[in-house]
Design a protein around this ligand. Sequence first.
Ligand code: SF4
Length: 817
Amino acid sequence: MSDRAAHLNSLPDDLHSAANALAVDALIRRLRAYYPDMSGFTAVSMTGRGRDFLHHLVHTRIGGLLPAVLSFNDYRSHRIAEATGRTAVPEDEAFLHFHALRCREEGRSLPPADTQRLLSFLTTLAEFSVTIDELRALDRIGPEQFERIDWFFATMEAFRARLATGGLFYPPFEATRFADLTPGDGEFFIGLPLMTPGNERFFSRIPKDRLFVDAPLFGPNMPIEPPDYETALSLVRRIGIAERRHDGELPGFTELAERAALPTLLAREIDTFLRNYGSDREQLFIVPLDEKLSFYLWEFLFRPLGGQVNFAPWLPFTHFAAAQRLREGIRDGKGLAAMRRDLVSELTTRWNELDEADHSAFEGGITLCDELDRLRALMPFTENEWLPLAEHFIAVKKLRLRGRRDAPIQVVGLGDATGVPYARTVILPMNSDIFPRRPFSGPYLNLIHLPRIYRTQYEADDLALRQFLSFGRTAHIAALYDQANGDAPSAHFSFLATEFGQRMVKRRMVPAALRGPAGSLVIENTDELKERLRRHTWSFSSLKNFFTCPCRFILEDMEAVKPPSCFEDKDSTNLLIGEFLHRFFAELKEHRPAVLHWQELFDTRWESDEDLRMKLPDQAVRKAIVQSHLADIAAWEKETGRSILFSDEVTEAELELSAPFGGGRYRLKGRIDRLQRDGDQTLITDLKYKEKKTYAEKDRLVDRLEKTDVFDDRFQLLIYAYLALQNKRATPGLLDAAHLFLRPRMRGDYEGHLAKEDLDACDATMEGIAGRLDALLALERFTPNFRADGCSYCPYKALCLKPDLYQTIGRPGGHPW
Ligand code: SF4
């Protein structure tokens, strides 16, 4: 499928070339013509949730002043707002207004789920421009039902009028107004919206040179002319966009016998893919079609893959502990402010033991408290009416995890991946009523009554699938014939297999039971290993690893064993920011006075930092946070006259030094962040993007050498002091060393100095360190130290056979690290 010299049918010439190009590439080429200032343009993603991917591609592939990137819904609301002079009401507020209207009309409290059903039914009527006359004229509608039909439309009108008096409108109910609008200058459109009558009218006015649509892929057996059954080919021909006929490796079609086989099939696909993951960094796209599977797959398959996977589908909030806490709190009549405080405190205390999805759920819970507070203030609901509403908002809330777009495995919805080429995709399960989706069914309005609604949705789903197939090289499509649950493959699945001339293969896949390995690691301290350890140049971090867990040190530093890829953690946010700050402050040394120039330099360096842009998904928010910490420190230094972080007395930055210790038996190295003058002293500073850690006054380093579980950060300063003195970068008695904490718990609490007694005992402590090395090197073998500081986050658990590898705190079956 990668060969884009596609075998095309008899299309007009301009559509031939369009079929071979990715729409997003064509759009980016077009925008580049206006580089560097594209801020006057708007790119509208017309397809489902494709806006996020489009935004990512535009922002990562073009620099300069970028265009606005809008979803189709936002664009439509914005245009209707311009035309009516009113403001679009957000979905949650619209629901509240509608619910209030119904409760007042009926004179009683109604179940919110009932309001939700009615609102979505009326939305379908409005989106598909269904009229009263059309409904009344349907077969099997008798005069006794006219009254109910009239009520639907009267309710819709009453709702519109209620909103209009407040200067508001609900976008789906104004769909026909949008139909009469014309695309503005400087607006580019990518993809297709659901072709409701209103959207199709607007779509027909988009000039061809401002429309970018990916050509869908059809199999070799698809008839040249659109067949009688529903297919995207009819849509493509009707609106005149390019199409492709298949010319590459044919997709595979698998029929599975049971639900449990779905993760097994995915696990095999992932395993094969990661084994062959090469330098071309082509990705595997997995498209779970059944929303109900998302949480299950996340929990048991994708979460353990850590940074290898970007998981884009929504997860239901209600499956998480934060949602349960919120719901119980609301039922017990606890105030929102108190619940918010509890969630913040639980998130902060348990941060390290919670995983990414739990973080997201707690953050979602905290935001929901604010949202509920805001919504509650909008309308005067009684306590009895409000309680079910609050529970409704908890029940419908969904979470989105943040991941890296460059991760090898991308789990997405069909609409998410517009324009991203990939090596392979696995799409599943293509079952009845899951894909294509279950036909809409409401009162008087279903497949039989109004087939045009069914056809439009079917064509949209079929088109999305075929466009997605055209982005990649190979595909595997699976369905389930689950007799226990009565799930059969969809007819669409069989049609596709026939169209691509492939046989459906029935597979029986039984998941293998997981058995944790037994035993524990023992590393023999051979003469060769002893010699290598003796010759090693030690640093603070290697000493820390060796003293706390020699096995980890040997695996990591001596043997350079690469942990299994699923244990590799993605770069943590704080680590990335910390590394950036080191680079930034090293450079700031040349920009004096630092306190005046730092803002501008920070801004430029952050914006141009490739690492932050690629690896920090919320980098704009992070930037604001880091900037505010630094601004606070700068302001404090100005107020107090104690210039230390923004000092202009920095003489050296990122200074690499080495020296012998232990009477020449060992060698030591280190990289000192900064040497700066502080009065008549030389001050060694080490920057830490974290909170200050305090130590007991009487706690001396020289007495801590025998502690086997920790080797705290003060040893780092001591080692730097030793290196500075040995290299004549400082004078004994005129030396000080401190960590500078850039994320302080309290304003002004930035410095953590090495105690004078520890500095005075520098040589004795270094001698003690050499003695401890002697003792360790004399051992016959090394065994893991499961109590080591940092053991919980060590990526070598699977190799040292840590006993609780397959358990996590408070969550059996959760991720093992
Ligand atoms: S997991 Fe713990 S015991 Fe095992 S190597 Fe890592 S630090 Fe050592």
